[in-house]
Design a protein around this ligand. Structure first.
Ligand SMILES: *Cc1c(COP(=O)(O)O)cnc(C)c1O
Length: 435
């Protein structure tokens, strides 16, 4: 331990008081770390079992070119995914370049003129052009699909009762606000870049059950970005009809170079496949060009790497709380995503925090992150992350829209240790501007 501290002091100039804060932060999260280990064990087992059931073989790893007919690796990957998420079908493709594409594809392929889509809270920034503002102005609007937002009073800043899930009254209010003629009810598991609460799998289960009992004709889609393997169940296991997400987040295990997935009801997944390729072709084409190896390997590693990220974020929550910043979630709170919010209150602090995270990356650690008008985002955003994969956010990274109340959203970390180091480096950068 002393050797470690001596090393940190010598090479990274970390002062004694921050090392002792880090130590305190670490000591008090021990019970949470044990709980994370149990979850990782279960999810790792679940994934390995799916590989065994599907009988993955070496020939699956090589992949196809051209049309990609008879790509056994691709088809097996889809089925493994469906087994893990306990649903009928999945479409896992590098041709889906991001989570945004996966989500917009899934919803747009499954709506037709006259349908009503109801969205809970604020969708993620990059999905705003898809849903629009509720006045028919988004991409769905131009298809003649109506979009309505529900945001029952008190929901968007609802406290998580008992550190575990939303208050039952708030859940009931959410369900009461959904019109009966809704075609799709869309909700987001992670908090995204907002202060709205993340929806734990227990909340999702309760909402889905209530909707299905009272209004069985409504289908439910969940934006599952950042949620995979954080809990022992996934939205499709508690009744959601369709989920989608990104492979450069949790389920790519830090290995997948790009890609997205859609999983759930077979008919809905195939509609999305037909929109991605062509009616008549659907999921039966799509060369894998040798990427299947990395997709399978990444998915295999994902539960364990999500565990590393969760430990890092739990540490971060504990550490920044000791430094008297407001954090969400707290280190003891139940997590449903790998995001840690820290409220910093000013642009200068956000930039300093981001410099520290950048410095802890294995790549581009010398870069100083600045805000920029990233495609799909309304406000300038600062992104830090010395990652192997551009924008890869199961790797340690942080994002901050430059707007009030100046929150940084920290996420990932392929190793727990890097998550800890990132916090220490950010704390040094903050001390520099505050002193
Ligand atoms: C990241 C994210 C998206 C968009 O995914 P990209 O891969 O960045 O396009 C959508 N929703 C949520 C909640 C996200 O975290």
């Amino acid at each position: 331990m002393n050797d470690i501290n001596a090393f940190l002091k010598e090479h990274y100039l970390i002062p004694e008081h921050l090392l002792s804060t880090a130590n305190m932060a670490y000591e008090r999260i021990q019970p949470v770390i044990s709980a994370i280990d149990k979850k990782v064990f279960y999810n790792q087992l679940k994934v390995l079992h799916a590989f065994h059931e599907e009988g993955v073989r070496e020939g699956d790893l090589t992949g196809t070119t051209g049309y990609g007919y008879h790509d056994t690796g691709r088809d097996r990957l889809d089925r493994i995914w469906a087994r893990v998420f306990k649903c009928e079908a999945a479409l896992v493709r590098w041709q889906i370049v991001s989570g945004t594409q996966a989500l917009s594809l899934a919803i747009m392929a499954n709506c037709k003129q006259g349908d009503l889509v109801v969205v809970l809270g604020q969708p993620y920034d990059t999905l705003r052009p898809v849903f629009g503002s509720g006045n028919g102005d988004g991409a769905l609007g131009s298809m003649g699909v109506r979009v309505q937002f529900v945001n029952p009073s008190g929901w968007d800043n609802a406290a998580i009762s008992d550190l575990f899930s939303l208050d039952a009254n708030i859940r009931a209010k959410i369900v009461a606000d959904i019109p009966k003629n809704t075609r799709w009810f869309f909700l987001q598991r992670s908090r995204g870049y907002s202060l709205q609460p993340a929806l734990s799998i227990y909340d999702i289960k309760a909402i889905v059950q209530e909707v299905k009992v009272n209004m069985p004709s409504i289908s439910i889609m969940v934006d599952n970005c950042y949620g995979e393997f954080v809990e022992e169940l996934e939205p499709t296991e508690v009744g959601a009809d369709l989920i989608a997400g990104s492979l450069i987040k949790n389920p790519g295990g830090g290995i997948a170079l790009t890609g997205g997935y859609i999983a759930g009801n077979k008919v809905c997944v195939e509609r999305a496949a037909e929109r991605l390729t062509s009616p008549g072709l659907g999921s039966h084409v799509g060369p894998t060009l040798g990427l299947t190896r990395t997709f399978l390997q990444g998915f295999f590693l994902a539960p364990t790497l999500v565990g590393e990220a969760l430990k890092g974020m739990t540490f971060a929550s504990s550490f920044w709380d000791l430094l008297r910043y407001k954090v969400f979630p707290s280190y003891e709170e139940h997590r449903t995503d790998i995001i840690q919010g820290v409220i910093l209150g000013s642009k200068e602090r956000v930039l300093a925090f981001c410099r520290g995270i950048q410095r802890a990356g294995p790549v581009d650690s010398m870069v100083k992150p600045e805000g920029w008008g990233m495609p799909g985002y309304n406000d300038e955003v600062v992104m830090a992350g010395g990652t192997f994969i551009q924008g890869g956010s199961l790797e340690l990274s942080c994002d901050a829209p430059l707007r009030e109340p100046y929150v940084v959203y920290l996420q990932g970390g392929l190793t727990f240790i890097q998550g800890k180091l990132g916090c220490l480096f950010s704390a040094i950068e903050l001390e520099k501007i505050i002193l």
